[in-house]
Design a protein around this ligand. Sequence first.
Ligand code: NAD
Ligand code: MN
Length: 474
Amino acid sequence: MSLFEYAPAPESRSIVDIAPSYGLFIDGEFGEAKDTFKTINPADEEVLTEVALAAPEDVDRAVAAARRAFESWSALPGSERAKYLFRIARILQERSRELAVLESLDNGKPIKESRDVDLPLVAAHFFYYAGWADKLKYAGLGPDPRPLGVAGQVIPWNFPLLMLAWKIAPALATGNTVVLKPAETTPLSALFFADVCRQADLPPGVVNIVTGAGDTGRYLVEHPDVNKVAFTGSTEVGRQIARSVAGTGKKLTLELGGKAANIVFDDAPIDQAVEGIVNGIFFNQGHVCCAGSRLLVQESIAEELLTSLKRRMATLRVGDPLDKNTDIGAINSRAQLDRITELSEIGATEGAERWSPECSLPDRGFWFAPTIFTGVTQAHRIAREEIFGPVLSVLTFRTPAEAVEKANNTPYGLSAGIWTEKGSRILAVADKLRAGVVWANTFNKFDPTSPFGGYKESGYGREGGRHGLEAYLA
Ligand code: NAD
Ligand code: MN
């Protein structure tokens, strides 16, 4: 049920030109590989283009190019490196409309989000780290911090260009060179970024983009001439990488999964909390490592809050990612849709009560209606495992101590949210939460100046802010 209908308001696809095929970006040039794979638009399963599949010898060439470029790039004064980064940031801003459409096509996220969240944050990251490039000796990391060398970076599909920015901006600012592998379902914005590097006259070999699947990623992180590995993705793959990097002397940062608690106390402003819950779990289809996927609500207000939440969920518009009114776009891949579907079925089988608003989903493409489960207990798999989709598990608590205990009862520790009108309660509770980021009376807010990262199985190391420099300096 929606209160009134909106006329379609699609952003034009013709803003972006997608070529019939793309090669690997190595040493400043696009070149072919032996094999290719296709990337599709998850909203309608249309093939967007064909992309090179990097074999081990291609990764070797990319690492060798990055090694050659390292010598002169690391020797540049920081103020010169900053000029390139500022240039890249400005070009990203100029081309943001094109890149937002591309990102929504390849990933399935609503244009409202790629346009208003992803792209502004991408540019902001480059601006922010450009500002650090000539100030590294004032970063509190010693009088003469040195770059590590070649960084091998592997990123996921949920924020393709933003994760690229989180990885590449600090690496370049600190004088490292990069070989980056984007996720196999979302390679296009990284390839367009390669074009941005050329437009900025970035010296060849400073940034190399190799496309491919898990094998390409594994080959990159295991490459003996890589000095630094940065990975964002599943805990399972993160564990494999930690094992393969152990004892090699490579520096490693891992940003893995999460199962964040969004805690609503009885004195919270209900309407704002409902907006924060919706943003916490339905932003980016819930494909967010720090998503507020466990709602912990104080028992005395649970009924009132759930009534408001359901009313709000009934107004969410699911559909065409390019429509400017769309709130929830497509699930990124068939495999991810299957995972979400399976865990949701398990939730119902284990006895939790499932609810979704009435909404008609498109016939083609990968879709999942926003869903909540009530009557969830700590033992349920949907309370423990990362679903990485638009599915919220609701648990209740009676006392602040119980809320803290439940919030921390997870193998993860990436983020958490607190909703209360008392500042003292925010401070007291935040202090006890084992989570890298704690939001108070808001959720899923990001800023390049603010470090981000987890405890326990959510990984280690921090990205963003001054702390983010440390991962790329000796
Ligand atoms: P994944 O970890 O398999 O993929 C992430 C990236 O790692 C991709 O670029 C992939 O090609 C690459 N990769 C895969 N195997 C590799 C290996 N052995 N060595 C090096 N690189 C490798 O994640 P997925 O299969 O796309 O998603 C599975 C689950 O992971 C999701 O359901 C979600 O729970 C979680 N996930 C978390 C994040 C996050 O931001 N923390 C992002 C994506 C997925
Ligand atoms: Mn795609």
